[in-house]
Design a protein around this ligand. Structure first.
Ligand SMILES: [Ca+2]
Length: 390
């Protein structure tokens, strides 16, 4: 057989393996992707100071957290001038402040709003979860229902997204505590992501009262925190549920490269910092291992880092061709990435270049995708599709 024929045979044999990631071995980091076409953004509201999270109440009211510590209301497309009184006191420092907001799934009955935030001082702070009743104008009966058991120094890696599960429990992400030289127990604090004795670098599963979910994977393990659902995470800033499959997806920051999109399963170790594609900010590899048996492969690896933020799974009818896809915000490059799901595979398809740091991506009750831009004069934007219905 001639050499060209051998090349052809080799290519035919290789293609099925290369296109099927479970057989293809370790993930290949994705570089750039093409620009999506046929869409534009529309400004809904601006004048928001570093908005972090966006959620809707059953009556269509939107709630927006501002990282410096305020909760804002958008009603009938207008930003109410005054912040909502009754929010917890936060540590607005570095990446810390008022972070996620999410109404209880039974909000219409119990009026409960959940908030995550950084609390404490620059030298001793932690991520906390509180809930309060919202009467439409103010928060009352604020109750802190979970706090990281340990404090850390500095303003890095607090997490912290909230995701409600169909059984009425919630997932909450907590960051690894920060980069070297930040230390804990005589070692880099980020190593705590591999330690079940702390909440750093974990996804927690809680009941709606903040107690550990009774089905949690390590609830009977001596020395393990009973709230832990999965571990080995660096800093998860986006988490979403596929209502069709029940799958939980999360995107997390690497340091230099190696940002990840993961399919989250109870009890799994996602590797950080022992297994990672990421490098130290100053260059060297963090670990020789990019994969390890028992550590789920990320479904997408972003190198260079795009600094993933909010994550939404689109289920609406406004953009039929995007239905079932993930939309992952990016602080770097000012993008949203469209990631197509095929079962447990994820394909990083396209980017929507917004041109500003995107902090959150959510689907509104009206079926549009909404974005928050992380700026001193941040904005709430809506995505319109030129070809689609609007
Ligand atoms: Ca990982």
């Amino acid at each position: 057989m001639r050499a060209t024929a051998w090349v052809l045979v080799a290519a035919l044999l290789w293609v099925p393996f290369a296109t099927c990631s479970p057989l293809a071995g370790p993930m290949k980091p994705t570089a750039d992707v093409p620009e999506a076409v046929g869409w534009r953004t529309e400004l809904v509201a601006d004048g928001l100071s570093h908005p972090w999270s966006l959620a809707w109440l059953p009556d269509g009211t939107a709630l927006i957290t501002e990282r410096p510590g305020r909760l804002r209301i958008v009603r009938d497309g207008r930003l109410a001038p005054d912040p909502v009184p009754g929010t917890p006191e936060v540590l607005a420092y570095g990446q810390g402040g008022l972070l996620d907001v999410s109404p209880h799934p039974d909000f219409a009955i119990n009026r409960l709003i959940y908030l995550t935030y950084a609390t404490g001082t620059k030298d001793a702070n932690r991520t906390a979860l509180a809930r309060a009743r919202f009467d439409g104008d103010r928060l009352d009966d604020l109750e802190v229902i979970f706090r990281n058991a340990h404090t850390k120094r500095g303003g890095q890696h607090f997490g912290s997204r909230i995701l409600w599960l169909p059984d009425g429990g919630l997932l909450m992400s907590v960051g690894d505590g920060g980069n070297p030289p930040l230390a804990f127990d005589g070692a880099n604090i980020r190593d705590q992501a591999q330690q079940l004795g702390t909440h750093f670098g974990k996804i927690l599963r809680l009941r709606d009262d903040g107690h550990p979910h009774p089905d949690n994977p390590f609830i009977h393990r001596l020395g393990a925190r009973p709230e832990i659902y999965s571990y080995g995470h660096r800093n998860i800033q986006g988490m979403t549920l596929d209502p069709f499959s029940g799958q939980v997806w999360a995107n997390e920051h690497g340091s230099r490269g190696g940002d990840e999109l993961n399919l989250i399963e109870a009890g799994k170790n996602y590797g950080w910092p022992a297994v990672t594609y990421s490098r130290e900010y100053w260059g060297p590899r963090i670990s020789d291992e990019t994969s390890r048996p028992g550590v789920p492969e990320p479904k997408v690896v972003w190198t260079p880092s795009k600094a993933p933020s909010g994550l939404a799974l689109y289920t609406g009818d406004r953009y039929p061709e995007w239905k079932g896809d993930l939309f992952s915000g990016a602080l770097k490059f000012g993008q949203v990435r469209r990631v197509q799901l095929e079962g447990t595979r994820a394909v990083d398809k396209e980017k929507l270049t917004i041109g500003k740091r995107v902090r959150d991506v959510r689907q509104g009750p009206d079926g549009y995708l909404y974005l928050l831009t992380d700026e001193p004069n941040g904005a709430l934007l809506r995505i319109l599709r030129s070809g689609g219905r609007s």
